[in-house]
Design a protein around this ligand. Structure first.
Ligand code: F0G
Length: 456
């Protein structure tokens, strides 16, 4: 089968180009594996026109504000509202949108007290249509897949990408193929892909094995890959940062902290920050820091042991299954972003993740374990003096609490760490546990429980 072009008629070509992040080669189209034809490295999207006539920052801000008042689906999307900084469409009708983005920025008063950082906020991407930040990237990438004439889209996933891809494919009249590691993703995420009609393959391997296979598949079959190697995904995910800065009235925070798995999201946020700074939308760059689970710490090791020059892959193991990734595709982009924004990279333990997740949950917000690495990481960065208590900090919560109910139930029942090396250390989590209480159905029993709870 001959590969289709990933660019399409109907797309205003000159408005954006693909650039190799390593050798800088520019191109108007990309091959299906989204790798540079010269050196094989990853591609990013650039906008040559910005050099000739830089968009006016004040005008952009007011355009984006005004679009909030429009009832057009493309304007109601918290992603396409920022389309001036995205690959252009001929018409708004071309976009496959579920009204993604528009996610809240919450204050975290209790976590602020716990950490001693009064200006602590969470940008909750788990409140996207399919419950994770992936939707912001998927609306853009699925749209361009359809414009390029593909019938099939595909991804390897730890669960959220597949849920999101399946939903956007369904909305856009595309077929979708999901490759997930058998038994290693949460049932909630798997059930989303099934309900949205994806052909779902549970492969007897890990995420990295699924991604390897997908990379081979796209060179053999006319399927369009929607992993974050696809640079259109990262363009959509950039809007997280645009929306965040708009919510902050364009006053940059001191720190943005994000979980790191395959490292697409940190790369996208970093790209957005660089572009906003370059276009004069913000006056200085926040520091963007990436936090990984200790058992899936490829970027941490790559920086510490190889100075960020070559990837050190790991055999990933963590209960935060969303980031159970040992061979992150976008590691080089993430290294560049950390350098450009002077951010840090840290790792946190399973116990620290579980505690942080419960602390966020106790704010009435809730997130999935992979998102909670941000709060756990903040505590470390504070201890190291990298974050100062008087600075402002944004935690990017990437997924919804309901994405992984098994983790939350295990935590509160007290069996999350049973039979693991962390079992005895997990006793320190007891103060956060709220196990369900089974009672006889009598008024007395409930009142006694209420009185006991009042005392504790
Ligand atoms: N948080 C959540 C909830 C995720 O689902 C992921 C990645 C990450 C953080 C890490 O983001 O990969 O851009 O560094 N999930 C992918 C998936 C890999 O297949 O759903 P990243």
């Amino acid at each position: 089968m001959s590969p289709l072009s990933t660019s399409a008629p109907g797309v205003r070509q000159a408005a954006f180009r693909f650039r190799c992040i390593a050798c800088g080669t520019l191109n108007d189209s990309a091959s299906q594996d989204f790798r540079c034809a010269h050196c094989g490295d990853l591609l990013e999207i650039t906008y040559p026109r910005w050099k000739e006539a830089s968009p006016d920052a004040a005008k952009l801000k007011s355009t984006w504000r005004n679009r909030r008042l429009s009832s057009e689906p493309i304007d109601q999307s918290g992603v396409w509202r920022f389309r001036d900084l995205l690959p252009a469409l001929e018409s708004g009708q071309q976009a496959i949108t579920l009204g993604e983005g528009n996610t809240p920025l919450y204050e975290l008063p209790q976590c602020a007290r716990i950490t001693g950082v009064p200006r602590l906020f969470a940008k909750h991407q788990g409140l996207n249509p399919t419950g994770s930040f992936k939707d912001a990237g998927m609306t853009v990438a699925a749209t361009f897949a359809r414009l390029a004439g593909f019938r099939w889209v595909a991804c390897a996933s730890t669960g959220n990408t597949s849920a999101s891809m399946a939903a956007y494919a369904a909305r856009g009249g595309l077929r979708s193929l999901v490759l997930v590691p058998d038994g290693k993703i949460s049932w909630s995420k798997l059930s989303q892909a099934l309900d949205y009609g994806a052909v779902t393959c549970q492969l007897r391997t890990d995420f990295d094995g699924c991604l390897r296979l997908l990379q081979q598949l796209v060179l053999r079959a006319p399927v369009y890959q929607l992993n974050s190697i696809n640079p259109f995904r990262l363009e959509g995910q950039k809007t997280l940062a645009l929306e965040l800065l708009e919510q902050l009235d364009w006053q940059p925070p001191d720190h943005i902290i994000v979980p790191g798995g395959n490292l697409g999201n940190s790369s996208a946020i970093g790209k957005a920050l660089g572009e906003m700074h370059g276009l004069g939308l913000i006056s200085r760059l926040p520091k963007l820091s990436v936090i990984q689970a200790e058992g899936a710490n490829a970027l941490v090791r790559t920086l510490r042991e190889a100075g960020g020059k070559r990837l050190i892959s790991v055999q990933a193991e963590t209960r935060a299954t969303a980031v159970r990734i040992g061979n992150p595709a976008s590691w080089k982009k993430a290294v560049n972003v950390l350098e450009a924004t002077s951010g840090a990279c840290e790792q946190v333990t399973e116990i620290e993740i579980a505690q942080a997740k419960a602390e966020i949950g106790a704010e009435g917000i809730g997130c999935e374990p992979a998102s909670a690495v941000t709060l756990a990481g903040l505590k470390k960065l504070l201890k190291q003096g990298f974050v100062k208590p008087e600075e402002s900090v944004i935690l990017v919560l990437t997924g919804n609490l309901l994405k992984d109910p098994d983790f939350t139930l295990g935590f509160h029942r007290g069996d999350l760490f049973r039979g693991t090396p962390d079992e005895s250390a997990s006793a320190r989590l007891d103060p956060w546990r709220r196990p369900p209480i089974v009672l006889d159905a009598t008024l007395d029993a409930v009142i006694r429980t209420l009185e006991q709870a009042e005392k504790s």
